[in-house]
Design a protein around this ligand. Structure first.
Ligand code: FAD
Length: 257
C-alpha cells in the first residue's frame, strides 16, 4: 500500500501553505436522505484547522483522472486523532461515488486546512444561509460562538429528514429555519429568499455566512445588501454550481451565465 500522499498533493500543499497527508476512513454513516457522515483518522488537528476550515480530497473520476473536492470540517477529535465531514450524496460525481462505496480502512489523500472564512468574533449575531452542503461549516462555526451570542440558520432542504440540528451551548440563542425545496430547481433562489424575507434581522452588529449553490448565493448576497448589510458583514462562498461539476481544484467554475 502507498504510505505517502501523491507527489502532486505534497507540491500543492506546499504552495497552499497546508499539509498533505493520507487519512484512513474510520466510519461512514448515512445521516439523512442527502447527507453522509465520514470520520477520517490521521493528522486531525493539523488538517482540521479552525471553525470554517475545509479539506481537499483527491478522488478519481470515472475515467481515472484525478480531481480534488473540498469539504468543510464538521468537527475534530484530538484524543482519537479523527475529524468528521458531512458530504452530500444526492447527485452524481466523483465525490458522491467515493462516499457511497467508502468503507472502514480505505485510505484517502487529503490536503488541509483550506479556506479563509472564519467566524467574525465582533458580531452580536451570526446568520448562516445556504443548503445542506453548508451544514458542517455552519454548525462548527456556530459552536465556536462565544456565549451569550445568537445564531440563525436558514437552510434549504430536499427531504424532511435533511433538517439536521446540532447541540449548542445553552447560552447561545439559536433560530433554525428549514425551507422545503418543494421540487424547485437547485439554482432557484425563491425558497431561501422567502425564508430570509420572513425573518426580521436582529439589532446590533451582524455577520452573514452564505455557503451553497453559485447562483443562489449570489442572489442571497444581493438581498442582504438590500436589507442593509455592508460587504464586510457578508462572507460568501459558492460551494457548487447547478449543472456543472466543480473544477479539478474543487471550486465551482466562476464564468458568467
Ligand atoms: C470550501 C468548500 C467547502 C465545501 N464543503 C462541503 C461540505 O462540507 N459538504 C458537502 O457536501 N459539500 C461541500 N462542498 C461542495 C462540494 O465540494 C461540491 O458539492 C462538489 O461539487 C462535490 O463534488 P462531486 O464530485 O460530488 O460532484 P461534481 O462532479 O462537482 O458535480 C456533479 C454534478 O452534481 C451537481 N452537484 C454538486 N454538488 C451538489 C450538491 N451539493 N447538491 C446538488 N447537486 C450538486 C453539480 O451541479 C453537477 O451537475 C464544499 C465546497 C467548497 C468549495
Amino acid at each position: 500500500m502507498n504510505l505517502e500522499p501523491d507527489d502532486s498533493s505534497v507540491q500543492l500543499a506546499e504552495r497552499l501553505h497546508a499539509t498533505a497527508a493520507l487519512c484512513e476512513v474510520v466510519t461512514t454513516t448515512p445521516l439523512s436522505t442527502s447527507l453522509h457522515e465520514v470520520v477520517l483518522s490521521g493528522n486531525a488537528t493539523l488538517l482540521g484547522g479552525r471553525a470554517g476550515s475545509d479539506v481537499m480530497i483527491r478522488f478519481e473520476d470515472e475515467s481515472g483522472r484525478p480531481v480534488r473536492r473540498r469539504y468543510s470540517v464538521r468537527s475534530v477529535n484530538p484524543e482519537s486523532d479523527t475529524f468528521t465531514l458531512w458530504l452530500t450524496v444526492d447527485h452524481v460525481g466523483p465525490g458522491t461515488t467515493w462516499v457511497r462505496s467508502a468503507k472502514s480502512g480505505d485510505v484517502v489523500d487529503v490536503i488541509g486546512p483550506r479556506g479563509k472564512i472564519t467566524l467574525d468574533a465582533l458580531a452580536d449575531w451570526h446568520l448562516f444561509v445556504g443548503d445542506v452542503s453548508g451544514y458542517a461549516a455552519f454548525y462548527r462555526m456556530a459552536e465556536s460562538i462565544e456565549v451569550p451570542g445568537r445564531a440563525i440558520f436558514i437552510v434549504e432542504i430536499d427531504a424532511p429528514d435533511d433538517a439536521l440540528s446540532a447541540s449548542f451551548d445553552e447560552g447561545l440563542d439559536v433560530t433554525g429555519i428549514f425551507i422545503d425545496r418543494e421540487g424547485r430547481s437547485t439554482s432557484d433562489p425563491a425558497g431561501l429568499l422567502k425564508g430570509l424575507s420572513a425573518f426580521a434581522l436582529p439589532s446590533g452588529l451582524g455577520h452573514a455566512y452564505l455557503f451553497g449553490e453559485f447562483h443562489v448565493m449570489r442572489v442571497i448576497q444581493s438581498a442582504l445588501f438590500d436589507r442593509g448589510l455592508a460587504p464586510e458583514q457578508i462572507s460568501h462562498k459558492a460551494f457548487w454550481r447547478h449543472g456543472l461539476s466543480n473544477a479539478d481544484h474543487g471550486e465551482p467554475v466562476k464564468s458568467e451565465d
